[in-house]
Design a protein around this ligand. Structure first.
Ligand code: EPU
Length: 417
């Protein structure tokens, strides 16, 4: 298995081009199933999760062509309605195929995604919404089987705002008969990006980005061309890396508006950040102070930035209280950060981080995508060498992360197994 070696203490300086957003690209690629022509998507990040999505689309009978950051999907004729265990096991977000498949073929058989390292991650709210829209749901042999004669619009309330749940039901509702209202919907920029794509395809959707989304269904959508929005979590990850280990680092092709809570929190900690049209300039290397943070659904501080922020707080002056409210087990990076010398105590959903003067390199194990990114950042500031194992998590969600870091001065390399 590949590993990444990071030698700490090298100053980051230069320009980074942010890639397209993983969590926007995945639902948008699946939305091609709602059309019967060829959709062209640009600025698609080169990630394992994108490859898994393309494999699943092909498995269903869609044509997929990839050329650099361009992916073309032709879903004119589909010959399969099943997302098998082997594909879903590789990527939980495969569950995003459920809404479009039921809408298009009126049936779907999708392997039930299990929990993952960060939590149980049920999909009950996706299923409850589909049921309200007139689908029957069975769980057999580890598969969710959904069938309907015709999806009908419904008034659906999410007990918890769920990102992929909102996306799944928005896609299902786009081809349902009548009006669907999604209440307490997730408001993430990726939801808006998907709604914009569906609207370009001819869907009638209002309110994406607020907690009430109204969709008037259509019989079929038209193919379209769409550029994927920049990845806000990749942007935030580089912001924090620059804050702990940088001089001037310029992040290009990003969308600062999507990172307001993270930018405000970093500024509060004393990080020098300037934002402009499509760019963020971080002047790192200054002392930072501990600040408290609680993860929240968008527009709050993202759970996907919590592990990276914890590294910043590990080398800040003073104490920081970090509360995780989205996932029940998203502190798995704590024990790895402790191996590097961080002083972190966890009580339930809260971590108390007391800043230490320095971290020191050690072998560590990546446990999930964002935790892996946090270990790389820790390696950049730790003395001597940090060896990050199980980096396949990183390849799922960060395009060429070690190359991007090396280009701005990090001493980082991948050792192929
Ligand atoms: N939840 C339920 N029932 C459901 C759905 C969700 O109880 O039917 C709960 C979850 O267990 C969790 C909360 O609701 O406690 C929110 O989960 P959500 O459904 O919003 O998460 P998700 O859609 O599975 C997406 C991102 C995650 C990101 C979360 C939260 C994608 C493909 N994934 O997951 O991204 O952490 O929203 O913002 O968009 C990552 O990129 O590393 C990642 C994990």
């Amino acid at each position: 298995m590949d590993k990444i070696l990071v030698e700490g203490g090298h100053t980051l300086k230069g320009q980074v081009t942010i890639s397209g957003s993983k969590n926007a690209a995945l639902p948008i690629l699946f939305s091609a199933l709602l059309t019967d022509g060829r959709c062209t998507f640009t600025n698609v990040p080169g990630l394992m999760d994108v490859q898994s999505t393309c494999m699943l689309l092909q498995h269903l009978g869609a044509g997929v062509e990839t050329e650099g950051d361009v992916v073309r999907v032709s879903a004119g004729s589909l010959n399969n309605f099943e997302a098998p265990y082997d594909l879903v096991r590789k990527m939980r977000a495969s569950v995003l195929v459920l809404g479009p498949l039921v809408a298009r073929l009126r049936k779907a058989r999708v392997s039930l995604p299990g929990g993952c390292a960060i939590g149980a991650r049920p999909i009950n709210l996706h299923l409850k919404g589909l049921e309200q829209m007139g689908a029957s749901i069975k769980l057999e042999h580890g598969y969710v089987e959904v069938e309907t004669r015709q999806l009908r619009g419904a008034d659906i309330y999410f007990e918890i705002p769920t990102v992929t749940g909102t996306e799944n039901l928005m896609m299902a509702a786009a081809l349902a008969e009548g009006r669907t209202i999604l209440r307490n919907a997730a408001r993430e920029p990726e939801i808006v990006a998907l709604a914009d794509t569906l609207k370009q395809m001819g869907a009638d959707i209002e309110g994406a980005g607020t907690s009430v989304i109204t969709i008037n269904g259509r019989p079929m959508l038209d193919p379209t061309d769409v550029a994927i929005i920049p990845d806000r979590i990749e942007t935030g990850t580089f912001m924090i890396a620059a804050a702990v280990a940088g001089e001037e680092v310029v992040l290009n092709n990003c969308q600062p508006d999507h990172l307001r809570a993270s930018i405000d929190t970093l500024r509060l900690a004393g990080v020098n950040l300037k934002t402009g049209e499509g760019r963020i300039v971080v002047n790192g290397g200054h002392p930072v102070a501990g600040v408290d943070v609680t993860t929240q659904p968008y527009p709050g501080f993202p759970t996907d930035m919590q592990a990276q922020f914890m590294v910043l707080m590990s080398v800040a002056a003073g104490q920081s209280v970090i509360s995780e409210t989205i996932f029940e087990n998203r502190f798995i990076h704590v024990s790895e950060l402790r191996r590097l010398g961080a002083d972190i105590k966890v009580v339930g959903k809260t971590a108390v981080v007391s800043g230490v003067p320095h971290l020191s390199g050690a072998p560590v194990m990546a446990t999930d995508l964002r935790a892996s990114a946090s270990l790389i950042i820790a390696g950049l500031v730790a003395r001597d060498t940090t060896e990050v194992n199980r980096v396949y998590h990183l390849d799922r969600g960060y395009q060429a992360i070690e190359k991007k870091f090396a280009a701005i001065g990090a001493a980082i390399r991948r050792v192929r197994a």
